[in-house]
Design a protein around this ligand. Structure first.
Ligand code: SF4
Length: 501
């Protein structure tokens, strides 16, 4: 629990940030680049001071300062563009909640609590308000839950209240379709108006009324599911879905709401969703960021044949990294959940950076790992983080020193088998239970086939600091700044299987 003095200090700090943000937004002069550069530099100074000696290294921050000083830098231009096109009230709330609360203050609290409690403390918590959905996508595990579980408003409130005590100010929701519970979600965002919420949505329930409400609240964003062309999209998600996404994008853009995409890449759609024209198109529609997810063969109705081929995965790595280079000017920042492990120190689950609470209240290490020893109905968030399976994640991360093989399920299935057996975690899908053996046996051939290819790619690349790997063992750099730190191949981390040897 935080003390009165801490609460007063927090309120004063937030107010000071709000005044600074107001000043910045009220004096936005689109032609005055130098004024913006000054503001960004002041923010970096403030971050350095705020995080103190446990923050990012001075050399790292100096590199960021260099980037910021160049107004022609692609990502500086990108940030300026997002600020210009975003509704002012929304921009202020986003900067306060995502910037000050989650990035500045939350990061500091999380780092202190990791030390204090000797367990993972996450930067974000993902939960499912419901497993009900108005669609029936091919291969979606959500349908196997039976579409009948819901978290009550009080349970969602408990998640956020307890998460904030530990320093977590970012919450994402999936399901099911979270917008089925839009009234409770709006109530939650209103009550916790110091947090930021991201909703993975199928777009179908986003209308003018929703956009007006979200614009006013200012602390909700959407990640819209889309899978390429109308054909590749609707063949998995159902006829008419593509048009629903287009409509939602137009509305969100019109109301100045920042939004992104959520793209599950499969053997069938990977060419379409990585096509430069497709990325250009969704950027024009207003999407500014996107999460790409490798198809996972999770659940009894999974279609393992949809898993991308190794050749496709190799191309995926190259394409996403190319989109992030300065060799193009796409107004879109992509993140690849399966291939970007290097930038976040490997697997981020089990509360290391995030974990998942399903609509039945079970806390799972990851949205793809349906095993648990703990439930929100009985336990505090801290107890969940200290539960046996979460502690096995804490002790085991990173699961592979080759961060192109990060997952204890997909690329290292023997490790998930071991962890689930050793901790007695139970399956969380009571409607259609899948044993750890059933799940992992779908990944064995994939893991064995991908290992030599991933090791070859890994050996040929430059890599990031090896200290940035495990919160439990080594002091690490700030994850959000790690992308600025390269080391060359001579400091390359050990061979892929060394950790287990
Ligand atoms: S468990 Fe696998 S899919 Fe989930 S965060 Fe870890 S590496 Fe990624």
């Amino acid at each position: 629990m935080t003390s009165t003095v801490e609460n007063l200090q927090h309120a004063a700090e937030r107010k000071a940030f709000a005044v600074a943000i107001d000043k910045f937004l009220n004096h936005l002069d689109k032609s005055d680049v130098s004024e913006r550069t000054e503001t960004y530099l002041k923010l970096i100074d403030a971050a350095e001071k705020f995080w103190g000696k446990n923050g990012a290294r001075k050399e790292t921050l100096d590199k960021v300062r260099e980037y910021v000083k160049n107004p022609e830098n692609r990502w500086v231009k990108f940030i300026n563009r997002v600020i210009d096109e975003t509704d002012r009230n929304y921009a202020k709330k986003m900067l306060l909640n995502l910037g000050y609360e989650a990035f500045f203050r939350g990061t500091k609290m999380i780092r202190a609590n990791r030390e204090k409690y000797q367990c993972n403390i996450p930067w974000l918590i993902l939960f499912d308000p419901t497993d009900a959905c108005n669609m029936h996508c091919v291969g979606c595990w959500s349908g196997t839950y039976g579409h009948k579980h819901n978290l009550t408003f009080e349970e969602m409130d408990k998640i956020v209240t307890e998460g904030k005590e530990l320093g977590t100010y970012l919450y994402m929701m999936t399901g099911g379709e979270p917008m089925v519970r839009k009234n409770d979600i709006f109530k939650l965002a209103e009550k916790h108006n110091d947090c930021f919420f991201g909703l993975y949505s199928n777009s179908t329930l986003i209308d003018e009324e929703v956009c007006k409400k979200v614009q006013k609240l200012g602390n909700i964003t959407f990640m819209l599911s889309i899978e390429g062309t109308p054909d590749t999209n609707d063949s998995r998600r159902g006829e008419g879905h593509y048009q629903a996404v287009m409509k939602a994008m137009d509305l969100l853009k019109k109301y100045g709401i920042v939004f992104g995409t959520s793209i599950c890449y499969t053997k069938a759609n990977i060419e379409a969703v990585t096509d430069t024209k497709f990325i250009e198109f969704i950027a024009e529609k207003g999407a500014r960021f996107g999460f790409f997810f490798h198809f996972m063969p999770v659940g009894n109705n999974a279609v393992p044949e949809l898993m991308p081929t190794f050749e496709q995965r190799k191309k995926m790595i190259d394409k996403i990294r190319w989109i992030r280079t300065g060799d193009n000017n796409l107004g879109f920042f992509p993140m690849d959940f399966q291939n970007d492990g290097e930038f976040v120190g490997g697997c981020i689950a089990g509360g290391r950076n995030y974990f998942h609470i399903n609509a039945n209240g079970d806390a799972e290490p990851c949205v793809f790992i349906h095993f648990s020893n703990t439930n929100i109905h009985e336990h505090h968030i801290l107890e969940m983080l200290q539960s046996p399976l979460f502690m096995a994640y804490h002790e085991g991360q990173p699961f592979n020193r080759n961060h192109l093989r990060p997952c204890p399920m997909l690329e290292n299935p023997e490790l998930l088998r071991e962890m689930v057996d050793a901790t007695g975690a139970h399956g969380t899908n009571s409607e259609s239970e899948e044993s750890v053996e059933q799940l992992c046996s779908k990944c064995d051939d994939y893991a064995a086939g991908w290992a030599p290819i991933a090791d070859e790619i890994w050996a040929s690349q430059k890599h990031y600091k090896k200290a940035y790997e495990n919160y439990s063992r080594e002091k690490i750099e700030h994850p959000e700044l790690a992308a600025f730190e390269h080391v060359d191949g001579s400091d390359r981390i050990e061979s892929a299987d060394e950790k287990r040897a």
